[in-house]
Design a protein around this ligand. Structure first.
Ligand SMILES: [Zn+2]
Length: 395
């Protein structure tokens, strides 16, 4: 019998189908590895004589809407040279799993999207309990994880503009540690104080954006040597300052020219070697016409380059110079950012030594938005924590 069609649907190149049985409830496929020999792990001889076979049962994604069970017939070979009897191993399927990774991921993501567990259980031939267990087995029952060496802290909206929560993330491991209600300094301090002292002592770096309550909380709990400012937020404010200058320039122009300037906006911040000759000339021309634009552009470029520095002491001096330039500038936007840099001087300089960013925390924020939307808001705080711990970050 020819199984090409079913093999194409199965899409597992390592194995071939040797038989199929379509029952009333499910489709059963019997599989074998395509490779008919293995290399003996002891003496590296090629073995081809089969000694025994043992089937393994795995659940897989449905084929043509039939829930599917795979019977993988693994063989044991006899080595002609050293009388060792090695079992063959599959690369596609993990060692002890009873289901395929793709089924697991599919069920979890559909459950998250709000598909009812009963429906999923029927469609994939699982029990409702399994659907629930798979979805939440990484949630630790909603208990917070241990604090790590580097943690990130950020807020997310429970209801946008109304209620906010705080998210705490292990930046090294890429996993959320906990979420808590509120974003005020005393909320955060109270949560950290509720953790054991030994755990708190492990924390060496805390990455945050420029939020005052978090800075105050971090200072109170960990002292003033740990906080690092995420450089993304600093550069973002600088780019906003540049945009303010651009807007001011645009108001002096007629419509056609303003449009052209807008088109160039994306290219302002690229370094010279990323631009082609025309763009370079255009940028030069605009800067010549508007000196205030040139000054701001150069300053923002210098700030971005500053974050690539390696050594702390020259970086410190360079940042002082940058602040001085900005505060002497005629642009109000630049003067404002000089104020920000002065206020956050130490946390920003610490970035040079501990190059951590809050990128992963921001990524989780997006995922949390998705989770909350799927669950129509999530009233129950424990439920929210469980879902966030189960769904964010690497397995
Ligand atoms: Zn051998």
């Amino acid at each position: 019998m020819d199984f090409h069609c079913i093999e194409a649907l199965l899409d597992l190149p390592e194995v071939r189908v040797i038989a199929q049985v379509l029952g009333p409830k499910q489709l059963e496929l019997h599989l074998e590895r395509r490779e008919n020999t293995i290399v003996c792990p002891r003496c590296q001889t090629c073995c081809s004589r089969v000694k025994e076979r043992r089937p393994r049962c795995l659940r897989d994604l449905p084929i043509l809407e039939h829930p599917t069970v795979l019977w993988l017939h693994l063989r044991r070979f006899a080595c002609p040279a050293c009388h060792h009897r090695p079992w063959e191993e599959s690369e596609t399927f993990g060692k002890c799993t009873k289901w395929t990774e793709r089924l697991y991921n599919q069920v979890r993501s559909e459950f998250l999207r709000g598909c009812p567990g009963k429906e999923l259980a029927r469609r994939y031939g699982l029990s409702e309990h399994t659907v629930f267990r798979w979805t939440f087995e990484r949630s630790r029952g909603g208990r917070p994880r241990k604090l790590g060496r580097v943690i990130g802290i950020d807020e997310y909206a429970r209801r946008k503009g109304h209620r906010y929560n705080t998210l705490i993330v292990d930046v090294d491991k890429g996993k959320p540690i906990a979420t808590l209600q509120g974003r005020r300094a005393d909320d955060v301090v109270a949560w950290f104080r509720s953790r054991p002292q030994a755990e708190r002592d492990q924390v060496k770096v805390v990455v945050a954006d420029r939020s005052k309550p978090y800075a105050a909380a971090i200072q109170e709990v960990f002292g003033d040597q740990v906080q690092v400012i995420d450089h993304f937020h600093v550069v973002q404010q600088a780019v906003e300052a540049l945009d303010a200058v651009l807007r001011a320039v645009k108001n002096q122009l007629d419509q056609g020219e303003a449009k052209e300037l807008k088109k160039l906006r994306k290219r302002w911040l690229k370094s010279s070697d990323q631009l082609n000759v025309d763009e370079l000339i255009a940028r030069y021309e605009w800067c010549r016409r508007f000196p205030e634009l040139r000054a701001t552009l150069n300053w923002v470029q210098a700030l971005r380059k500053w974050f690539n520095r390696t050594y702390e002491k020259p970086a410190r001096e360079a940042l002082v110079q940058l602040i001085e330039q900005a505060s002497q500038s005629a642009q109000a936007a630049l003067q404002r950012i000089a104020g920000t840099l002065t206020r956050w001087f130490e946390p920003i300089v610490r970035y040079i030594r501990n190059r951590y960013t809050n990128g992963i925390t921001e990524g989780f924020n997006n995922k949390i938005k998705l989770i909350q939307r799927m669950a129509y808001g999530l009233r129950n705080e424990h439920n929210r924590q469980k879902r966030i711990l189960a769904w964010c970050g690497a397995p």
